[in-house]
Design a protein around this ligand. Structure first.
Ligand SMILES: Nc1ncnc2c1ncn2[C@@H]1O[C@H](COP(=O)(O)OP(=O)(O)O)[C@@H](O)[C@H]1O
Ligand SMILES: Nc1ncnc2c1ncn2[C@H]1C[C@H](O)[C@@H](COP(=O)(O)O)O1
Length: 213
């Protein structure tokens, strides 16, 4: 695979509603990163998945996996890039869907093998930024954003997803990791809060020798 040794590639990750897309746009505007957004609007299965998780869990994982693989390949060729989620964390969803019985064990095993086969061909990004949040705050941001298909999802699903995200990042080691708790941090509207988050990211990149000064 063609790679670029001098690039900075960031992933912003975290539970649904935490503010990934918002932070990605801020990094694009304030720091000049090229944004690779998560495909939600043009996703032909997402609303059907929320209507019937048993039927659509497996095809949705395959669809996301394929798109994330494309993104990570594209990112490895760019100089300054930020991704909204990535190939590394879809497994949190897949495992949860298997555990609650929405995906068969056999389907999960196929997904798992395919994912690990693909991961062997991925250039690990510079830094994973994990945004942590309480489930209550995530749910209120999901409501505020107002995507129809997310409004009727049971609270337990978000609660479990948030817990599974936290557990996953306890032992995450694919790339360098920066955790930022964003409860009460309004980096969207409050300039001081925005500065605080951008400083944390800049400082981590300095520590990794990716930024001067
Ligand atoms: N730090 C923040 N504080 C308060 N609201 C926020 C913050 N970041 C994002 N939001 C709002 O929360 C909602 C979800 O944000 P979004 O960036 O779409 O989340 P994600 O991409 O993680 O699902 C949006 O309505 C957005 O305007
Ligand atoms: N791998 C996934 N499995 C199920 N659902 C997923 C997966 N990746 C994203 N999603 C859903 C969750 C949200 O409804 C949208 C977009 O996520 P967001 O955190 O708002 O960017 O897709």
């Amino acid at each position: 695979m063609e790679t670029n040794q001098n690039n900075i590639s960031l992933i912003v990750d975290g539970v649904v509603g935490v503010g990934k897309s918002t932070l990605m746009r801020i990094l694009e505007e304030k720091r000049g990163y090229k944004a690779l957004p998560e495909p939600v609007i043009d996703n032909p299965l997402l609303d059907r998945f929320y209507e019937d998780r048993k039927r659509y869990s497996f095809p949705l994982q395959i669809l996301f996996l394929n798109r994330r693989f494309k993104h990570i390949k594209e990112a490895s060729k760019l100089n300054k890039v930020v991704m909204d989620r990535s190939i590394y964390t879809d497994i949190i969803f897949a495992k949860q869907l298997r555990d609650i019985g929405d995906m068969d064990k056999e389907e999960y095993d196929i997904y798992y093998d395919l994912l690990h086969n693909m991961l062997e061909h991925c250039e690990p990004p510079t830094l994973m930024i994990y945004l942590e949040i309480s489930t209550d705050n995530a749910i209120s941001r999901i409501r505020k954003r107002g995507r129809d298909f997310e409004q009727h999802v049971e609270r337990d699903y978000w609660e479990e997803l948030n817990k599974n995200y936290d557990d996953f990042f306890e032992s995450y080691n694919y790339t360098e990791l920066l955790k930022i708790n964003v409860d009460g941090i309004d980096f969207e509207n409050n300039p001081e809060h925005q500065k605080y988050v951008l400083n944390l990211i800049d400082n981590k990149l300095r520590e990794l020798g990716k930024l001067a000064g």
